[in-house]
Ligand binder design. Sequence first.
Ligand SMILES: Cc1ncc(COP(=O)(O)O)c(C=O)c1O
Length: 490
Amino acid sequence: MKLPAKGIPEDELFKRLEAFRAHDVQWRDGRTLAYVYDIGEQVEAIAKRAYTMYLTENALDPTVFPSATQLENQLVALAVSHLRGGPEVVGNFTSGGTESIMLAVKTARDYARATRGITAPELIVPVTAHAAFHKAAHYLGIKIVVTPVDTTTYKADVAAMRAAVTDNTILLVGSAVSYPQCVVDPIAEIGQLALERGLLFHVDGCMGGFLLPYFRRLGADIPDFDLSVPGVTSISMDYHKYGFTPKGASIVLHRDAALRKHQIFAFARWYGYPIVNTAVQSAKSVGPMAAAWAVLHHIGDDGYLEIARTLLDATRRVKAGITATEGLALVGDSEMNLIAFTADSDDVDPFLLIDELRARGWCTHPQLRFEGAPANIHLAVNPKFTSQVDAFLKDLGEATEAVRGRKPGELVSQLIGMVSGMIEGAGGAGASFELDADTFGQLLAMAGVEVGGSLEESSTINAILDALPPGLREQALTLYFNALFVPPRD
Ligand SMILES: Cc1ncc(COP(=O)(O)O)c(C=O)c1O
């Protein structure tokens, strides 16, 4: 593929850009219950205007673009007061939850190295902590120690975390809320453990940090989870989730500048300009900050409280509707507006149900079984969905009846049987079985999956992934992406 010999006129360009999204999910109708946090076109227009106003400004150098520093410091100040931090608290703007988490873990690693001489750092996370902590540990060369959660409440087992602490522990983690079941870990208890053992403690408030305080103001029973809890030393919160700002907006806060110092990377030993970065990204558009600033100030505190009221009410209705549907059951008792549910009998297959819902226009998120948790369906109750709860529950009831008694097809069992045979041939599930690209290609062909094809019916793939050991799921997904991201070669 080459650049066009002559530039393409504007109209034609936008026609072509529009064509790229022909097969995207139609999220504007509020039936996409994951991936997007849409608050409507009026706020979107403000976000776009602010974003494009600062599109080209570069947050690389605060001496050249003081506007970027001002916007960032104000966005951090809003987060500090929202999360009840004291006057010593500092923080930074990042591109998202993953970057905030990466920075919190890097800060802990470098702080432990500097203050305790730790060279083989260990990070303790409950099994419900977001995968971003595993990614951070992987990128930063840190051993991650995973502790169980209570299999009824899905909250961190603090005794297990206590037992996992060693002389090399650098950081404890708790979530408010966790993504999979949307519950708040026992933050106060983990904080006590951190204080007793002189450890740092990060609260992942990426999903819940912004909305939970509003839910509490509306009378929901939300436990304390923020910087007011003794022992919490850092916290992350995403504006680009329930602050409804465009993607690329998150905050990481630290208890004080002495700790945050370890987040900053400075380098002056090369032929070029001296580098100093607070985040992973270096040169970056000021657009996401400007858009976040504009949206937060436009909606305002009373606006968010009203949004939270609608979400809380709709979430309660959806939870009640799921519980009342024969054969379905909640997984954990969600404390925010994300809900996980599954079938409480073998009669209803969750993956077939996801496809039935998709056929009725509802896009939900599958979660695979893992250790004590069953395969389940995850959905977010977002603003445009709140007026469609009755329609959803009606469709959910009909979809459940449609799949009741149905099993994943013969093909699924055949494929699972084949893969199990291969694993056994290589010495069983515990052995390091390596899936090669050719075998994977054959399996995909048998399953009728075309790389890059649309997945209107995903139950076959989900059922197969669900049956595989997690290590093999990871290999299969890696091979799929390795095949998917191949440039057009014409
Ligand atoms: C609890 C939690 N932490 C971290 C993240 C990662 O955030 P991002 O996707 O913005 O990197 C998510 C994403 O959903 C989350 O739910």
